[in-house]
Design a protein around this ligand. Structure first.
Ligand code: C2E
Ligand code: CA
Ligand code: CA
Ligand code: CA
Length: 276
């Protein structure tokens, strides 16, 4: 048993050392990506369930640095958040997404929204709303064509700064979406305090729809009803089958995105798709 314990200990230290090494590698990759302009955006169309028109486009961060090959935002955003690099990254994303939006509007007759993910870290940063304001002005973007997505888990119940930041963003005229909705712990009664315009049903609930996991699959209906009660728009994400899409349409979902409708696209492919 003693021997076993020692092996176990050795195993964990190795594992922890690996994790630290991996995080360090990601951190270095992020720093050099910022310096060497290695970030790009992918664009995922969002469709109106009523007529299948593209009504919005979600900007998704990609990194082409060789050090970060195979590592997606799900892995590198948390590292960016814990190292403080996220502020610079969020700024880069905002700046570029707005630039692209202007091109879409001026050259491709796009009238929908650009949906931009922001880190929960920004909700505790009182300089963030003025920064967004300045960027909207610099790029001459109408705030109503921008939606900021913040994950539900970033909301801290009763946190004053968090609420003030959301209110300040709301006052700029941008719309606010609660991303990955249903995975956090927002008491439904709390929802009324947030100036949200939209709930994004987390992908996991959409993929559970026809997967026999009965209790969770009810989440789509619960969120849909909640949104109706509070007058919020609903976006379903992660729609991968026609069956899921039809179900969502039948139950009054407003907008949808997912591989069944379109993968995230490179800029040139987005332009082609918009011209179809
Ligand atoms: P998210 O905001 O929930 O974005 C949706 C993610 O789900 C994207 O992954 C997208 O490619 C993926 N997805 C969409 N539809 C489907 C589908 O039908 N099936 C499957 N299997 N996947 C689907 P991605 O691009 O890897 O982004 C992961 C997460 O990283 C995002 O989740 C978001 O939380 C974060 N992220 C991405 N871009 C940014 C950014 O610019 N800024 C910040 N702060 N976070 C970002
Ligand atoms: Ca999102
Ligand atoms: Ca999401
Ligand atoms: Ca997510």
């Amino acid at each position: 048993a003693k021997q076993n314990g020692r092996n176990c200990y050795k195993f964990f230290t190795q594992e922890i050392a690996e994790t630290i090494k991996q995080r360090q590698k990601i951190e270095n990759g992020l720093r050099s990506s910022l310096e060497n302009h290695q970030f790009t955006l992918a664009f995922m169309p969002i469709f109106n369930c009523d007529n299948d028109d593209i009504v919005a486009i979600e900007a998704l961060l990609r990194c082409k640095a060789p050090e970060l090959e195979g590592i997606g935002p799900d892995q590198f955003i948390p590292v960016a958040e814990s190292t403080g690099l996220i502020k610079e990254i969020d700024l880069w994303v905002l700046e570029h997404a707005l630039q692209r939006l202007v091109v879409l509007q001026q050259q491709h007759n796009f009238t929908g929204k650009m949906c931009i993910n922001i880190s929960g870290v920004e909700l505790h940063n009182e300089n963030f709303p003025p920064l967004v304001k300045r960027l909207l002005e610099t790029h001459k973007v109408n705030p109503c064509s921008v939606e900021l997505e913040v994950t539900e888990t970033a909301l801290v119940a009763g946190d004053k700064t968090c609420l003030e930041t959301l209110n300040a963003l709301n006052e700029l005229g941008v719309s606010l979406a609660l991303d990955d909705f249903g995975t956090g712990y927002t008491a439904f009664s709390q929802l009324i305090h947030y100036p949200a315009d939209c709930l994004k049903i987390d992908r996991s609930f959409v993929s559970d729809l026809f997967s026999e996991k009965e209790p969770r699959s009810k989440m789509v209906l619960i969120i849909q009803n909640l949104a109706e009660l509070y007058g919020l728009r609903v976006i379903a994400e992660g729609v991968e089958t026609e069956e899921q899409l039809n179900y969502l349409k039948r139950h009054g979902c407003d907008w949808a995105q997912g591989y069944f409708l379109s993968r995230p696209l490179l800029w040139d492919d987005l332009i082609k798709r918009l011209a179809e």
